[in-house]
Design a protein around this ligand. Structure first.
Ligand code: ADP
Ligand code: S3P
Ligand code: MG
Length: 175
């Protein structure tokens, strides 16, 4: 039985790599944000607005516990999930955890064109976004570094890079 949790900052490629990796492994893929959106019939942005971040983090934890019941699955978590409650411990107990480590410059490049869907980043100008990413990474690093595996995910820009990353991840996990 394999249960793999992909963690890392927004834009690290958890969703992109998780999906491709699950396909290669021929097992189901669950993206925690998508799971939440389907369960609640609302976007992550709407849930943030309605419940505030505190309310979102509570339901995120509950949904994490729900998806961790699945067997033979690749789960991409939201970037904040490992940093609240005992979520990181919980994931380490129930599966293999991977931190997708990406250079802040790469995160910035990816996120400046994809910040709209991410409530925490909305409305930030480039300079502010860059500084915000660097600061947030510093705060979150102690949580991310509790993962059992660290994987460099700087190169996910096209189909070939994604495929190469999938192979590398399989090797890292010995699968
Ligand atoms: N197929 C792709 N080709 C090029 N860039 C992509 C592709 N998929 C994702 N990206 C870029 O990589 C970023 C990270 O994607 P995503 O998987 O959503 O990260 P995460 O789930 O960790 O937040 C995206 O915001 C986008 O900029
Ligand atoms: O880092 C965060 O706090 C968040 C990351 C998002 O997921 P992605 O990392 O998949 O963008 C999503 O859960 C929410 O917008 C909050
Ligand atoms: Mg994602």
């Amino acid at each position: 039985m394999v249960r793999i949790f992909l963690t890392g900052y927004m834009g690290a490629g958890k969703t992109t790599l998780g999906k491709a990796f699950a396909r290669q492994m021929n097992i189901p893929f669950v993206d925690l944000d998508w799971y939440i959106e389907e369960r609640f019939h609302k976007t992550v942005g709407e849930l943030f607005t309605e419940r505030g971040e505190t309310g979102f983090r509570e339901l995120e934890r509950n949904m994490l516990h729900e998806v961790a019941e699945f067997e033979n699955v690749v789960i991409s978590t939201g970037g904040g999930a490992p940093c609240f409650f005992d979520n990181m411990d919980f994931m380490n107990r129930t599966g293999k955890t991977v931190f997708l480590d990406v250079h802040p410059d790469v995160l910035f490049r990816r996120l400046r064109v994809a910040k709209q869907q991410r409530p925490i980043l909305q409305g930030k100008e480039d300079d502010e976004l860059k500084a915000f990413i660097v600061q947030a990474l510093e705060k979150r690093a102690p949580f991310y570094h509790q993962a059992q595996y660290i994987f460099n995910a700087d190169e996910l820009e096209d189909r070939w890079q994604i495929e190469a990353s999938v192979q590398r991840l399989q090797q890292l996990l010995g699968l």
